[in-house]
Design a protein around this ligand. Structure first.
Ligand code: GLC
Length: 474
C-alpha cells in the first residue's frame, strides 16, 4: 500500500516541476570550431542529418519514473515523504534485480525512427544512476549481469547500435559523466546531499583518481567494443574543471563544490579519437574543444546560430518511459523541426522504451505521422544549410548546400482549413523560376508584389503541418 502510494506520487508528479529544475541549461554563444579534419568532416555529415532520436532506457523504465533524478537529494525533487531517503535508494538500486526486458526489440526502435525520418541515434549507455546498458567490466551494476544476463542480447548497447546502423543512422553514445552508484563518486561513508561527488577531492585524491580511471575505462570499452560510434554525448555538465565554472553554470542554481571535478577530458578525448577517428565529442555545456556542437535542452534558441547545435526535446513530457505520457502532436514536432533547421540546428527527439523493451504503440504512431511529412518534404530539411533571411512569420527558409535552391516551409495551424494561397516576404525566386510544392512534386503558380511572394495552391490539398516549396534564387 505504501509502495503503491509512493508510485502514484512519482509517476504522476507534475512534469513542469521536474522541468523547472536547475538542470535545464541555457545556451551559450561561445563555440570553438574543431581543427581536426576528420572531426570537421564528421560534423558536416552530422549537420546534414537534422533529425535524430534520443533513447532514454535504464532502470527507471521498470517502475516507469523520471530518469535517475529521484536518487538525488536536491529539494526540487519530489519523493514520497513516508519513505526515508535511504530506503528509497535501496529500492532504486534493487530495480536492477527486476529489469528483465524480455521483448527487447531494437529493430522496432530503429524502424520507428527510420519511419519518422530520423537519421541519427543517441542512446543512454549509462545515466546518472550509474546503471550500465552495456556489458562493462568495471562494475556488476549493468543490464548484462541481472536477470537479463542469460539473454543472447544481454549486451544491450551493442544490439541497439547494430539495429540503427542497419538503418543507416549515425550512432551516438549518451554517457553520464556523474555516476551516483559507484563509491568513487558517491562515497557511502558520507551523505549525498546533491548531484555532486560527496567528498572533498583535495583531501581524497586517491578516490577521485579511481573515479577518473573508472570513467576512462568505461568510455574506453564503448569506444573499442561497440563498432563505429560517431558521437560521444556526455551529459552531467557539473562534472567539469573548476576553472570552467562561469555565470552560465552558476545560473543553474545547483550547488557548486569548492573542488574541481576534473575527469581529464583531453585524455578521454584522445583515447576516443584514436579508437574512433573523427568522433564528435559533445561535452555538454563545457564550452571549448570537446563541445563539438551545443545542446540547448527542451527549447529552441531565439535566433539563428552560425555554429553547430542541436535541441534535444522529448516527444512526451519525460525523457524515459512513464505510463500515460502525453505526446506532442506530429504537427508540433514538425513545426519545431522546421524552425530548428532554419535556425541552423538539428532536432534530437526523446523517446523512452518501456521495461519490456518496446516503444509504446502511441509513440510509434506519432513517429509514423511525423514520417508522413518528412518523407514528402525532406528535401527542404536534410542536407540543407541556413539562409540569411531565415524567417518571416510562419514561413521558414533553408537552402541547398550548393546555394542554388531555396526552400520555403510555411507552417499551418493544426486543424485549420487549407488556405488557397500563402505568401512570405524576402527570398524572392529567380525570374522565371519553377516553384515546386514538395508534397506533390508539381509546379505551383507564384508572383511577386514588391518584396512579397504570393503562391497559389491547388484546391485538392489535404491538411498538412506545413507546406514546403523549392525554387531557384539569384
Ligand atoms: C537533462 C536531464 C537528464 C537527461 C538529459 C537529456 O539534463 O536532467 O536526465 O538525460 O536532460 O538531454
Amino acid at each position: 500500500m505504501v509502495r503503491s502510494f509512493f508510485f502514484l506520487i512519482l509517476f504522476f508528479l507534475p512534469f513542469h516541476l521536474l522541468h523547472a529544475q536547475p538542470n535545464v541549461h541555457p545556451q551559450s554563444n561561445e563555440y570553438e570550431w574543431p581543427s581536426d579534419p576528420a572531426v570537421k568532416k564528421k560534423l558536416d555529415k552530422w549537420q546534414d542529418r537534422k533529425f535524430g532520436m534520443i533513447i532514454h532506457w535504464g532502470l527507471y523504465a521498470v517502475p516507469g519514473m523520471i530518469e535517475s533524478w529521484a536518487l538525488c537529494s536536491e529539494d526540487w525533487i519530489e519523493r514520497d515523504s513516508t519513505q526515508s531517503y535511504d530506503d528509497f535508494k535501496k529500492w532504486y538500486w534493487g530495480l536492477s534485480r527486476k529489469f528483465d526486458p524480455v521483448k527487447f526489440n531494437p529493430e522496432q526502435w530503429a524502424k520507428a525512427g527510420k519511419d519518422a525520418g530520423m537519421k541519427y541515434l543517441v542512446f543512454t549507455t549509462k545515466h546518472h544512476d550509474g546503471f550500465c546498458m552495456f556489458d562493462t567490466k568495471q562494475t556488476d551494476f549493468s543490464i548484462a549481469k541481472g536477470p537479463f544476463a542469460g539473454n543472447a542480447r544481454a549486451d544491450v548497447a551493442k544490439y541497439v547500435f547494430d539495429a540503427f546502423r542497419k538503418q543507416d543512422f549515425m550512432i551516438g553514445a549518451y554517457f553520464s559523466k556523474p555516476d551516483w552508484h559507484t563509491e568513487y563518486y558517491w562515497w557511502p561513508k558520507y551523505a549525498t546531499p546533491d548531484r555532486n561527488n560527496n567528498y572533498d577531492i583535495r583531501k581524497h585524491p586517491w578516490r577521485w583518481n579511481k573515479y577518473k580511471e573508472y570513467t576512462f575505462n568505461q568510455v574506453g570499452e564503448l569506444m573499442h567494443h561497440y563498432g563505429p560510434v560517431d558521437i560521444l554525448w556526455l551529459d552531467g555538465g557539473w562534472v567539469r574543471p573548476l576553472e570552467t565554472v562561469n555565470e552560465e553554470v552558476r545560473s543553474w542554481g545547483a550547488a557548486i563544490p569548492a573542488w574541481s571535478q576534473d575527469i581529464d577530458m583531453p585524455k578521454i578525448a584522445s583515447m576516443a579519437r584514436s579508437a574512433q577517428p573523427g568522433i564528435l565529442i559533445v561535452d555538454r555545456t563545457v564550452h571549448g574543444p570537446y563541445e563539438n556542437y551545443q545542446t540547448p535542452e527542451q527549447r529552441i534558441p531565439e535566433k539563428q546560430i552560425g555554429h553547430p547545435w542541436e535541441s534535444c526535446m522529448t516527444l512526451g513530457n519525460a525523457w524515459g518511459y512513464v505510463a500515460n505520457d502525453q505526446y506532442k502532436s506530429a504537427s508540433q514536432v514538425i513545426h519545431s523541426l522546421i524552425e530548428i533547421v532554419a535556425k541552423g540546428g538539428s532536432l534530437l527527439l526523446g523517446v523512452g522504451p518501456g521495461a519490456d523493451g518496446t516503444i509504446p504503440s502511441e509513440a510509434v504512431r506519432r513517429l509514423e505521422e511525423i514520417g508522413k511529412w518528412t518523407s514528402l518534404n525532406g528535401e527542404a530539411i536534410y542536407n540543407t544549410r541556413i539562409t540569411r533571411n531565415y524567417n518571416d512569420g510562419d514561413a521558414w527558409f533553408t537552402q541547398s548546400k550548393d546555394g542554388k535552391k531555396c526552400f520555403a516551409m510555411v507552417c499551418l495551424k493544426e486543424g485549420a482549413a487549407m488556405p488557397g494561397k500563402v505568401s512570405w516576404k524576402g527570398n524572392i525566386p529567380k525570374k522565371g523560376s519553377r516553384m515546386v510544392l514538395l508534397e506533390t512534386g508539381k509546379a505551383v503558380k507564384w508572383n511577386t508584389d514588391g518584396s512579397a511572394v504570393n503562391v497559389s495552391l491547388p484546391a485538392s490539398l489535404k491538411a498538412s503541418p506545413a507546406l514546403a516549396f523549392s525554387f531557384d534564387v539569384n
